[in-house]
Design a protein around this ligand. Structure first.
Ligand SMILES: C[S@@+](CC[C@H](N)C(=O)[O-])C[C@H]1O[C@@H](n2cnc3c(N)ncnc32)[C@H](O)[C@@H]1O
Length: 227
């Protein structure tokens, strides 16, 4: 089972593919360094992200846990001004090389997301794709990441649905998402949650993802119960 993003044919369930604790931050980067150095990571962006951005005017975006940059690079190609943050130097270097080859600019930051503080109300779009944090850290992280969205901006979250437990994602069901959990984590936003099915392997394995598209209230709406 894996934290592999949608579209990837291979799914494995090894515990070392967890995103965060119990490993120390430096170990997380090293684990993903090894993974990115020895596996080809998909280059196609998240399908639901592409769908949700249809008709949205490009602005500033931050991709939290960008890895080799499949979403960050697609956004930059579409005219977004993109910052990518990740613990893996190898992943970030792959993103940098792809961006250079494309002649696009990405701001890339190596940081541990469990302590990284994005600047508040600074981004038209915050992307958190395939990041499966533990319940102990998740609520605080969603609050911190959500605070980075500008008034009227968007927070896109995707990850393995709990229905994918044992098939895809970390071997720890508590880290997986449900529609209800996403709604709870995104209190204060106007939220659409979706359940996405995709096929992998020879097409006979169905993986279910949970996706949220959340819009921050405008300043004059704050505290008025947008959700
Ligand atoms: C499953 S991959 C997802 C990559 C990308 N978002 C995507 O959808 O293709 C998880 C990424 O999160 C990064 N990551 C995991 N834990 C992290 C942490 N605590 N701080 C920063 N990056 C982390 C890994 O290095 C890896 O790039």
């Amino acid at each position: 089972m894996t934290d592999q993003p949608r579209g990837d044919a291979h799914e494995d369930t090894s515990p070392q593919n967890h995103n965060t604790s119990p490993q120390a931050p430096s170990e997380i980067g090293a684990i993903w360094d090894d993974r990115f150095a020895t596996n080809e990571w998909p280059t196609e962006p998240d399908g639901p992200l592409v769908d949700h951005l249809c008709g949205v005017t490009p602005g500033s975006a931050i991709d939290l846990g960008c890895g080799p940059g499949r979403n960050a690079i697609w956004l930059a190609r579409k005219g977004w001004s993109v910052t990518g943050v990740d613990a893996s130097a190898v992943g970030l270097n792959q993103a940098r090389l792809r961006a250079e080859a494309d002649g696009i600019n990405l701001e890339l930051i190596q940081a541990d997301l469990t302590t990284y503080q994005p600047p508040p109300k600074s981004f038209d779009l915050v992307v958190l794709a395939n990041m499966h944090f533990s319940p102990e850290e998740r609520t605080a992280l969603f609050e911190r990441f959500g605070a980075a969205v500008k008034p009227g901006g968007h927070f896109y979250v995707s990850g393995h649905h709990s229905e994918s437990f044992g098939i895809a994602g970390p071997p720890d069901i508590e880290r997986l998402f449900t529609e209800e959990l996403l709604l709870e984590l995104l209190t204060g936003f106007e939220v659409t949650v979706e359940r996405h099915e995709r096929r992998t392997g020879d097409g006979d394995i169905v993986i279910v993802d949970a996706v949220a598209w959340a819009t921050a209230p405008h300043d004059d709406q704050e505290g008025q119960g947008v959700q």
